[in-house]
Design a protein around this ligand. Structure first.
Ligand SMILES: *Cc1c(COP(=O)(O)O)cnc(C)c1O
Length: 443
């Protein structure tokens, strides 16, 4: 992007000026359309999700053995869904708005193994790779009991191969832990903002952690390079991977089942709004895809990004996707929100999903800390800052009359709406770190 292009962009999209000023902004997507019209652009469908779901089921017995903490859910990595009505009242008081309908929290923050949403996509992609290698070597058949992978024989087999990934922290945690457990030699290329405790935890699992002074984009590039030189090294490409995306997408059908169990209805008169923190886009994009396949046009997905890293909003607003970065418009990509410090969006997710996403907003680091403190105070739930990005969503939506009118949301429907905040991380933050987060909030 040269300066002339940037000047033209600012003229074409006045919102960019507010983004550059680091104001909190929201943008409801005029390009949003029905699932039927939007789906062909995704290039994936139900059969791909089913394939992912079946693969996770095949691995479930292995997971039970390798990670006994997954045994209570029979080796399926899934999070709790809870209602947070005390938080809802607090939000209503603080922001002086009435949030119609219910407020729920999806606790991916407390997923086993890595304590973040990355336990969906990251682990799934490593399992897919391991399965492929083992099938090809004739050591495994799809009908086998996969507990056989939890053995010295398989660890020795996988140890000939390596895995590399670039990460701001949480993806590295998921991929590092599962890869090392299977026996792979694994390198995690960590950006400057990655937390020390995450690096230490990975090293304690035998993962090779490579540190950089630059941001996520550089860490990913280095990981990619390492893999290029080594035919036995598999690079997990967070910026483009459809496999990661599908690992996340399985969440849709699982959530639908949880809704059924709680007798929560989603249909034309009972809409569902879901608020997803977005970094490079694979996590929220994959989950949104799964939600669309599960709930169709009755689910409205809204992405939340830090004011310092609004890469997906920038990419979709301008239609430039990964051809533009927040640094191009003079934003620094420095945020306390782990996992969201991404300057350039995925090349694949925005293009695939832009017709199926209702909106985007940005949130300041301070507000994430404030909401973190509030949630801890009234619900006793502790999350990392990024996971609070979605908590402002019900306020942003409620205040945007124009958007609500456009999607034909009247008060009757809103009164029966479900607002779901996707809590993406925080379950494994050490107590001392959590105290630091809590001390930064205003509550
Ligand atoms: C990675 C991450 C996200 C966002 O996922 P992307 O795939 O990067 O968009 C959100 N919250 C947390 C805590 C994360 O670690």
């Amino acid at each position: 992007m040269n300066n002339d292009n940037i000047t033209q962009l600012m003229a074409d999209f006045p919102l960019i000026k507010n983004m550059v000023n680091l104001s909190e902004v929201s943008w409801f997507n005029p390009k949003v359309t029905s699932l039927q019209e939007g789906l062909p652009y995704v290039g994936l469908d139900e059969s791909n999700i089913k394939d992912a779901s079946d693969r996770l089921a095949r691995f479930a017995p292995y997971m039970v053995k390798a990670f006994p903490e997954t045994a209570k859910n029979n080796g399926i990595i899934e999070s709790e869904l809870i209602e947070i009505s005390a938080m809802k009242s607090q939000l209503e008081q603080q922001y002086k708005v009435e949030i119609k309908g219910k407020l729920l929290l999806k606790k991916d923050s407390h997923l086993p193994i890595s304590g973040s949403i990355k336990a969906r996509g990251g682990i799934y992609e490593v399992l897919t790779h391991a399965e492929k290698l083992a099938l090809k070597a004739g050591l495994l058949e799809l009908t086998d009991n996969y507990t056989k992978l939890f053995s010295e024989k398989f660890r020795v087999f996988f140890s000939q191969y390596s895995i590399a990934v670039g990460s701001t922290g949480n993806l590295g945690m998921s991929i590092g832990i599962i890869s090392a457990k299977l026996g792979f030699s694994v390198s995690v290329h960590m950006s400057a903002d990655a937390r020390q405790w995450k690096k230490e935890k990975l090293r304690s699992h035998g993962v090779n952690v490579v540190e950089y002074n630059q941001d996520y984009g550089v860490a990913v590039e280095q990981g990619r390079k390492e893999a290029e030189h080594d035919p036995k090294c598999f690079f997990i490409d967070d910026e483009n991977s459809q496999t990661l995306f599908l690992g996340y997408a399985v969440a849709g059908e699982r959530l639908k089942q949880q809704f059924d169990e709680l007798h929560i209805v989603v249909n034309k008169d009972n809409p569902l709004f879901v608020y997803l923190p977005c970094g490079v886009g694979g996590g929220p994009g994959g989950v949104a895809f799964g939600l669309k396949m599960a709930f169709g046009d009755n689910v409205h997905c809204i992405f939340a990004e830090p004011t310092h890293s609004p890469c997906m909003l920038l990419g979709i607003l301008t239609g430039l996707h990964d051809d533009i970065s927040v640094q191009d418009i003079g934003i620094d990509n420095i945020t306390a929100a782990d996992g969201l410090a991404v300057g350039r969006a995925s090349g694949f997710v925005g293009r695939a999903m832009e017709r199926l996403l209702d909106g985007f907003y940005t949130i300041s680091d301070q507000r994430m800390y404030d909401l973190l403190g509030l949630l801890n105070k009234v619900e006793g739930i502790q999350l990392e800052p990024s996971a609070l990005a979605g908590m402002l969503g019900p306020i942003v939506v409620t205040n945007d009359i124009e958007y609500l009118n456009r999607i034909e949301m009247n008060n009757d429907k809103l009164a029966k709406a479900t607002h779901l905040v996707w809590a993406t991380g925080g379950g494994m933050v050490p107590a001392v770190e959590m105290q630091k987060y809590l001390s930064k909030g205003c509550y």
